[in-house]
Design a protein around this ligand. Sequence first.
Ligand code: PLP
Length: 285
Amino acid sequence: MTRIVYVNGRYRPYAEAAVHVEDRGFQFADAVYEVIEVAGGRLIDEARHLARLSRSLDALDIQPPIAETALRHVLRQVVVRNRVRDGLVYLQVTRGAAPRDFPFPDRDTPRTLVCLARPLSRAARAASAAKGIAVKTMPDLRWGRCDIKTVMLLPAVLAKAAAGREGAKEAWLVDEQGFVTEGAASNAWIVDTEGRLVTRRADSAILDGVTRNTVLDAIEIEGLEVVERAFRPEEAHVAREAFITSATNTVMPVVSIDGHTIGDGKPGPITRRLREIFPSVAKAS
Ligand code: PLP
């Protein structure tokens, strides 16, 4: 089956889908994106993702490329046309193509919109969650507006590569004050020695994850205690439990941080419970 990608109003075969060489996403990372989980053919927490997309666009003064109802339609079309049951949709909006120059191009320059869908193995993710993953801390070398979901991902790419060389699936980024901000592509959580869930407050140092917010809802439903505060790697090393959250991982247990075994080295009970109830708390549409 040929994969189909939506680019600027047209559904194109994967091999022919392309954007202009002077696209500002390509030249300046002048672009934002979203990744939405697809489960059973439905989009998970679409409304929250589109609300964040709108905040990212506003923050960079990029006009929405198409109306939100049209975008919702395109997202469903790429899921259906690619026959994705379980996987993700990726969408990117750039400020458009214009001769390379730092100032913004004319406001009426058409924005670039790309949407694609891809299957992900449910079994592989379940196997990973059953074992838990290792993470490695790395310096956070990103900019001061990590709350905007831009495609400027090189520090995250490098941190993940360095973590990977040490056998870790994810990097936890550490700011200049010595506190964990978040994962390279996820939010970071621990269960502290008192049994409270801890994750950093959503300020400009982190991306306010959609999954993070749905997990906060799940925590409330379960009547668990949560504190939104920063924590250091040293505290994480002795935590009872740890996990990451992101759209494609939902709740993914962490069983090792910088080589320190977390709990008994198996996914902890609170983490497992949150992963289990996540699908019933998230909104599928
Ligand atoms: N933090 C960063 C830096 C990310 O890149 C991501 C996801 O890509 C997340 C957090 C998790 O966000 P979400 O739960 O919306 O996928």
